[in-house]
Design a protein around this ligand. Structure first.
Ligand code: KIV
Ligand code: ZN
Length: 524
């Protein structure tokens, strides 16, 4: 196993911008702050915190992250237009190391169909945008969107103009995941040769053909000094290049790349878990580096080999990426100290939490099951920081089903509507199944007209006593706003009710996140 040395490649993490804008992702500001703090601990060089002009929520998230982070640069995205750049700067100016990231598309299809601009107009706008950004902020990154489908001579002309105007980083995005490693390498070599050494070349690869990591690595060999990526590879469509794959490839194959990053590799696995829990985007089991099966050996021949010498089938150890077997288990006898320490180890800032409330939820859960796993603990945290103002809270639920019985449910909610006295309301209903009956009873109480567009159930951890977690997406009838809600319980009907109520609360709070939501509408 080779050790990384040589030139440092900057890691630009866009989990909170490109990652957050993908379907199904949903993080509120408190959750984004937790992720940003963890990314700083992880050692990323730049955090792209959002696209400030796109929504008030993004603006606030970028401002808060800017005010808090001290070590890494904080970047905000802006189209090459004055309004975006000024808004971006307003949200970034509290940062110790702010960066404005402005972009314009350069490819023929984007110029014609989207921008309706000629080549010279694109260059004119790029130069104007970089100049304006530079007048506000010392650190400016310029991206040529859809660079890999741009005529090579024009791409060079555009990036040279942006660099001359003051961009200190020039980013070459493979916006639609179209390029192949050899071809991308040629592009990056040409860009590198065309720019002065003082300008850093960055790459930003999407994964539509499954090439994002391979293309990013080819670019490093060709001279790129920054890679843009996301934790777990989350992002638009098939996602972005995965941070953990790039970092571990550079490390394990240091003999090829001769490059290093500043990432603390032992935090890769905890960071992956945190992002997956808080974003609501689960990691596929066989995902490289951080998937649940990444270090599991099933086949007899493999098990035999690993027992003789782990290196027969392991090119890196689980410990090297912080994937550990829990030695001390948390259960009903664990106290506040043990729980806080475990949370800190997972990258959670406990000073932000209401530990009294969390401990009471923890004890409740520990009473129902012997061992509480890390994912279950994170799910309790998510319940606390991820919840919107609670218009509705579940007080009581009784559901009945079985063969030959009409499924029915009785639900009592605590209702706290603005301008009204706090009250309890109870309704009963039947349905196609116990969950449907339960949702019908809730609808009778709330009188909200919502369509259930997604319902998923998973086991949070291992074993028959694992928490069941339900995720639902609701769409307001007649509107386009969608909200996601999650609920976890050892009882899956209760988890279903909690998820439904969480989504209703978000719709009530106007905190409509996720697919097609008004507040979550972004581009880039
Ligand atoms: O994929 C892309 O082109 C982007 C740019 C805005 C950097 O996300
Ligand atoms: Zn992108």
């Amino acid at each position: 196993m080779s050790k990384s040395a040589g030139k440092k490649v900057l890691v630009f993490d866009t989990t909170l911008r490109d990652g957050e804008q993908c379907p199904g992702a949903s993080m509120n500001i408190a959750e984004k702050l937790q992720v940003a703090r963890q990314l700083e601990r992880l050692g990323v060089d730049v955090i792209e915190a959002g696209f400030p002009v796109s929504s008030e929520g993004d603006f606030e998230a970028v401002s808060k992250i800017s005010a808090e982070l001290k070590k890494c640069s904080v970047s905000g995205l802006a189209r090459a237009v004055e309004k975006d750049i000024k808004c971006c700067w307003d949200s970034l100016k509290g940062a110790v190391k702010p960066r404005i990231h402005t972009f314009i598309a350069t490819s023929p299809i984007h110029r014609k169909a989207k921008l309706k601009m000629s080549r010279s107009q694109v260059i004119e706008n790029a130069v104007k945008a970089v100049r304006l950004s530079k007048s506000l902020c010392d650190d400016v990154e310029f991206s040529a969107e859809d660079a890999t489908r741009t005529e090579p001579d024009f791409l060079i002309k555009a990036v040279k103009a942006a660099a001359d105007a003051g961009a200190s980083t020039v980013n070459i995005p493979d916006t639609v995941g179209y390029t192949m490693p050899g071809e991308f390498s040629d592009i990056i070599k040409k860009v590198r040769e065309a720019l002065p050494d003082s300008v850093r070349v960055s790459v930003h690869c999407h994964n539509d053909l499954g090439m994002a990591t391979a293309n990013s690595l080819a670019a490093v060999l060709a001279g790129a000094g920054q890679v843009e990526c996301t934790v777990n590879g989350i992002g638009e469509r098939a996602g972005n290049a995965a941070l953990e794959e790039i970092v571990m490839s550079l490390y394990v194959r240091g003999d090829i790349y001769g490059a290093r990053t500043g990432i603390k590799r032992k935090l890769l696995s905890p960071t992956s878990l945190l992002v997956s829990r808080l974003s609501g985007l689960s990691v596929q089991r066989n995902k490289a580096v951080v998937g649940a099966n990444a270090f599991r050996h099933e086949a007899g021949i493999h098990q035999h080999g690993v027992l003789q010498d782990k290196l027969t089938y392991e090119i890196m150890t689980p410990e090297s990426v912080g994937c550990k077997v829990e030695s001390l288990y948390l259960g009903k006898h664990s106290g506040r100290h043990a729980v806080s320490e475990r949370l800190k180890g997972m990258g959670i800032d406990v000073s932000e939490l209401d530990m009294k409330d969390l401990m009471s939820r923890f004890k409740n859960l520990a009473d129902k099951k012997k061992q509480v796993y890390e994912d279950e603990l994170l799910s309790l945290v998510e319940d606390q920081i991820g919840s919107a103002a609670k218009t509705y809270e579940l007080e009581y639920l009784h559901a009945l089903s079985g063969s030959g019985t009409v499924p029915s449910a009785t639900v009592r909610l605590r209702v706290s509507l603005p301008g009204e006295e706090l009250r309890s309301a109870q309704e009963a209903s039947t349905g196609d199944g116990p969950v449907d009956a339960c949702y019908n009873a809730i609808n009778r109480i709330t009188k909200m007209e919502c369509l259930l567009t997604d319902y998923r159930i998973t086991a949070v951890s291992r074993g028959g006593d694992s928490l069941g977690e339900v995720t639902v997406v609701l769409r307001e009838e007649g509107g386009s706003a969608e909200a996601q809600g999650r609920g976890a319980s050892t009882d899956i009907i209760e988890a279903s009710a909690l998820a439904y109520i969480a989504a209703l609360n978000r719709i009530r709070a106007g905190e409509n996140r996720g697919r097609g939501s008004a507040a979550g509408k972004k581009r880039g």
